[in-house]
Ligand binder design. Structure first.
Ligand code: FES
Length: 151
């Protein structure tokens, strides 16, 4: 069954219900992720969950793992939880307080809460390496909402 096969399945008295496959089909789930959660604004939480600078939480809209974090200026960001160096997942804890930076546990590349790369160990001798070219990839966020469609 695919999402294009969508039909109300059963009428029980005055109530229509969906067939059970709409709740269990991996194909329909994937289509929902792509068409609904992957391309539209999605509420991923309440702004109170990241009330103070450095507060963060992990969310997974559309199958992407995002770090929702408030920076020192009060802005909420939605960074992909992937280090720009070698792709290590940076946060494993689901929520908490980061302090002033996000540091990768592998080689300690360190990012500002706004996603800017601040320090990159072992890169000082790499020709043409510029920290400003390697910020965290981010999804769009606004007022605590995040969308994965902007990458
Ligand atoms: S993988 Fe993150 S610093 Fe190397």
């Amino acid at each position: 069954m695919t999402a294009t096969d969508f039909k109300p399945a059963a009428v029980r008295g005055a109530v229509r219900t969906l067939a059970g496959a709409y709740y269990t089909s991996p194909e329909i789930y994937a289509t929902e992720q792509e068409r609904i959660f992957g391309g539209r604004w999605v509420c991923v939480g309440r702004s109170e969950q990241v009330a103070a600078a450095g507060d963060f939480m992990l969310v997974e809209p559309a199958g992407e793992n995002l770090i929702i974090v408030r920076d020192g200026d009060g802005n909420v960001h939605a960074h992909y939880n992937v280090c720009r160096h070698r792709g290590t997942r940076m946060c494993e804890q689901t929520a908490g307080q980061l302090g002033e930076t996000i540091q990768c546990p592998y080689h300690a590349w360190t990012y500002g809460l706004d996603g800017r790369l601040l320090t990159a160990r072992h890169m000082q001798d790499t020709p043409d390496f510029r920290k400003e070219d390697w910020p965290l990839n981010s999804a769009r966020s606004r007022n605590g909402r995040a969308s994965c469609s902007s990458i």
